[in-house]
Design a binder for this molecule. Structure first.
Ligand code: NAD
Length: 502
């Protein structure tokens, strides 16, 4: 099943694959209580893949009850961390065995190229393994107090965690949330995006096969304003961990305030600056990276390098090189392992992208390539890699997150100007800089208002480093030991050792 597949193999596999369409609640696959369903559509072809259980508040209530019961029962929350680790490693093993199928589900559901989906699977499996391996290495503390007392600082799970995730990296975002939350001993309810529920439901089957206790992991497919909102308003959910847009992130904070002050960890949008200084090494390699930074995953990436800031002395030559690389990144059939870009997730997003392109032209940016829909497959939603030069920070395409294959190029003359442009954003998720001057690299890295800074690369990193944003890009951190901290609570136990001497 895991041999390297070619285009024909993937097409054949797509013809055979079966979809789980029901919610996973209390260790059983069930229809939504109201019997409602929604369609999940392959955006590369327009074909309806399946109708999925559309859960609402009634289903959320049942799932929360199961999650709470599991937590109180303690057969996961109070299980020795080393034993939780064994089950999570078993899950990772099952994901590994089925990684082609899981990758295929994400590709069919949201249109990303299958090669990219396979990369996501490696990330997702690695994340489950990392958290499994970490959890029995996290120690509490003994406070440095006097001999008359023993102060212990313990780490405990939070309780019931609701994870609400987007569609652009369906299974990888899921793993980034559920990996640390489960490892820390919480009960987790996953609400996948209504645009990409298939891999989450397949994952539920694997969780069941791995033998997790009932109610520890559940999947509630449905819409944000129904299933998602019900979880967010629940008085018995202790934590919301969210990845998605800034607008919805703001709503979730309000829901927490209206209900039980549950913890809210947000990973939201971005409009990330990628700064190219004239002293960078190998202009063509940098241009290739700058193109990939925006066109990877059709630009539907929270950390897309969507604002390219180029020192004016090299700008013309550099943009020419970016255009040449963009030409090689045209969208194609997502099932073809050679396609660099695939389809746009759905019609709403597709129209939104084309609308931003229209606004870019109207506001006076210089369209250098793309700017239009293309159709490598009839009935599919594809947009050509698009580059605008001469963008300013007053233009809509220079400020707003487009979430599509649209690059906005700005020019600058000085380091100070580059920093001003880079930081002039409501977002602060990622930033990149390309230079050979170590003094400049350190100076600029420290002053960039961003959760992560990529130096002479774009989107580098592995499980050992945290991922998250500042400003309106959110407050949470996925990956690394820091994500485990988010899903556990500190408890102080103060033991008086010699009460008689008081
Ligand atoms: P979205 O905010 O529309 O939806 C995300 C999730 O929230 C979905 O599951 C949706 O059903 C749910 N939701 C929507 N309204 C809700 C409500 N009122 N209550 C509860 N849940 C609700 O985002 P999207 O379109 O799925 O994803 C794209 C966005 O995600 C972009 O802004 C992108 O930058 C961001 N993103 C951020 C990161 C990161 O790590 N910072 C990673 C990936 C994507």
């Amino acid at each position: 099943m895991n041999a390297k597949l070619n285009h024909a193999d993937w097409k054949a596999l797509a013809g055979e694959v079966r979809f789980e369409t029901r919610a996973f609640i209390g260790n059983r696959f069930v229809d939504a209580a109201a019997g409602e369903t929604f369609a999940t559509i392959n955006p590369a072809t327009g074909e309806t893949l399946a109708r999925i259980a559309s859960c609402d508040a009634a289903d959320a209530e049942v799932a929360v009850r199961h999650a709470r019961d599991a937590y109180e029962r303690g057969d996961w929350s109070r299980l020795a961390p080393g034993r939780r680790k064994q089950l999570m490693l078993r899950l990772a093993e099952l994901m590994e065995q089925h990684k082609n199928e899981l990758a295929l589900l994400d590709t069919l559901d949201m249109g990303k190229p299958v090669t990219s989906s396979l990369g996501d699977m490696a990330g997702a499996i690695g994340c489950i393994r990392y958290n499994a391996e970490s959890i029995d290495k996290v120690y509490g503390e003994v406070a440095p107090t006097g001999e008359e007392a023993l102060g212990l600082v313990l780490r405990e799970p939070l309780g019931v965690v609701a994870s609400i995730v987007p569609w652009n990296f369906p299974l990888m975002m899921t793993a980034w949330k559920i990996g640390p939350a489960l490892a820390a001993g919480n009960s987790v309810i996953l609400k996948p995006s209504e645009k990409s529920p298939l891999s989450a439901l397949r994952l539920a089957q694997l969780v069941q096969e791995a033998g997790f206790p009932e109610g520890v992991f559940q999947v509630l497919p449905g819409f944000g304003h129904t299933a998602g909102k019900a979880l967010a308003l629940s008085m018995d959910v202790d934590c919301l961990s969210f990845t998605g847009s800034t607008g919805v992130g703001k709503q979730l904070m309000q829901y927490a305030g209206q209900s039980n002050l549950k913890r809210v960890y947000l990973e939201c949008g971005g409009k990330s600056p990628n700064i190219v200084f004239a002293d960078c090494k190998d202009l063509d390699a940098v241009a290739s990276n700058a193109a990939a930074a925006i066109f990877h995953n059709q630009g539907e990436v929270c950390i897309a390098g969507s604002r390219l800031l180029v020192e004016n002395s090299i700008r013309e030559e550099f943009v020419e090189r970016v255009l040449a690389h963009a030409e090689t990144m045209q969208p194609g059939d997502p099932l073809n392992p050679d396609s660099f870009m695939g389809a746009i997730v759905d019609e709403t997003q597709y129209k939104r992208i084309l609308d931003y392109i229209r606004q870019g032209v109207e506001e006076g940016a210089h369209l250098r390539t793309g700017g239009e829909a293309v159709s490598p497959i009839e009935g599919g939603l594809f947009v050509a890699p698009t580059v605008f030069d001469g963008v300013t920070d007053q233009m809509t395409i220079g400020r707003e997150e487009i979430f599509g294959p649209v690059l906005a190029v700005f020019g600058f003359d000085t380091e100070e100007e580059a920093l001003r442009l880079a930081n002039d954003s409501d977002y602060g998720l990622a930033a990149g800089l390309w230079s050979q001057d170590i003094d400049r690299i350190m100076r600029v890295s420290r002053r960039l208002q961003s959760g992560q800074v990529f130096v002479n690369n774009w989107a580098g990193g592995d499980m050992t480093v945290p991922f998250g944003g500042v400003k309106q890009s959110g407050n949470g951190r996925d990956k690394s030991h820091h994500s485990l901290e988010e899903y556990s609570e500190l408890k102080t136990v103060w033991m008086a050792l010699s009460p008689a001497s008081r």
